[in-house]
Design a protein around this ligand. Structure first.
Ligand SMILES: Nc1ncnc2c1ncn2[C@@H]1O[C@H](COP(=O)(O)OP(=O)(O)OP(=O)(O)O)[C@@H](O)[C@H]1O
Length: 260
């Protein structure tokens, strides 16, 4: 399913948070959204999972205006892992993942055998099957994050929207999650802070600064020394990953103070 952000504008209390953002996420592709803190990345995602109605512009799903779709219909198509995702209720891991099926169920209809299998598989993919009977509130931050990704996968979404999904994850689970995104065939829009992971995981990257898109293209086209300096104010060299050839950034920190 194609996802298209078309001249999105968001204005809150008189300040323009998104200023005409347009970004295409072609069907089955992984597109990363990067940018400094406060540049509007989460706000853009909120418009896609309908937590926020844009002040202007349109989100298109396969050419259909998202705002004109019944909520239930868009909830079946779009799954989101947000910064706020979580629960104050101590559901078990298995129950939490099963909640991913909610948009597909009618009333109190129980899960089918296929749906149970889907949930089991999502838990295995996210390496949380061994935690199935544990309460989510007793999990570590990274374990809980993986459970929430499993819930999103169990939903069988056609579009997956992820806001910093690697937060709290150890390096193995970061690598596994981003590798998985490339194999699901789902359309993915993902906010990432780690530009090197974005370069490795994304087919294309959009760069936001102060609510506007300042660059978009393949990681190699976008992640240049100049852009990183201009947008993030950081000195970096771009090198080729010796194993994959992906562009990778080496950051220069301020020199150490000379000891007396
Ligand atoms: N409901 C709101 N009311 C007022 N300001 C808001 C609201 N939501 C977002 N903002 C402001 O809009 C700007 C963009 O916020 P957003 O969360 O989209 O940024 P971000 O790029 O995701 O940042 P980060 O990298 O820190 O997560 C910020 O300055 C934020 O304070």
């Amino acid at each position: 399913m194609d996802l298209r952000l078309d001249r999105l504008r968001v204005e809150i209390d008189g300040s323009e948070i998104l200023r005409g953002l347009s970004l295409d996420v072609p069907s089955g592709r992984v597109v990363g959204l990067v940018g400094p803190n406060g540049s509007g990345k989460s706000t853009a995602l909120r418009c896609v999972y309908r937590a926020l109605r844009p002040s202007g512009g349109t989100v298109w799903l396969d050419g259909d205006d998202l705002s004109a779709m019944p909520l239930r219909e868009s909830a079946r198509s779009v799954a989101a892992l947000t910064q706020e995702s979580g629960s104050d209720l101590d559901f078990t891991v298995a129950e939490t993942v099963a909640l991913g099926r909610t948009p597909h169920l009618r009333g109190n209809q129980p899960l089918s055998a296929r749906e149970h299998e889907l949930c089991r598989r999502a838990m295995e993919l996210m390496d949380v099957a061994h935690l199935a009977d544990r309460g989510v509130l007793g999990l570590s931050g990274g374990e809980r994050r993986r459970v929430l990704v499993a819930r999103a996968l169990a939903q069988e979404p056609r579009v997956l929207v992820l806001d910093e999904p690697t937060n709290h994850l150890d390096v193995r689970h970061q690598v596994e999650l981003l590798s998985l995104l490339r194999t699901t065939g789902t359309t993915v829009l993902v906010v990432l802070h780690d530009l090197n992971l974005a370069a490795a995981a994304c087919d294309r990257i959009g760069v936001l600064a102060e609510g506007a898109l300042v660059a978009a293209g393949t990681p190699r086209e976008v992640l240049t020394t100049e852009l990183v300096r201009e947008v993030f104010g950081v000195d970096a060299a771009v090198v080729d990953h010796p194993l994959t050839g992906d562009p990778q950034l080496l950051y220069r920190l301020a020199p150490r103070p000379v000891s007396p």
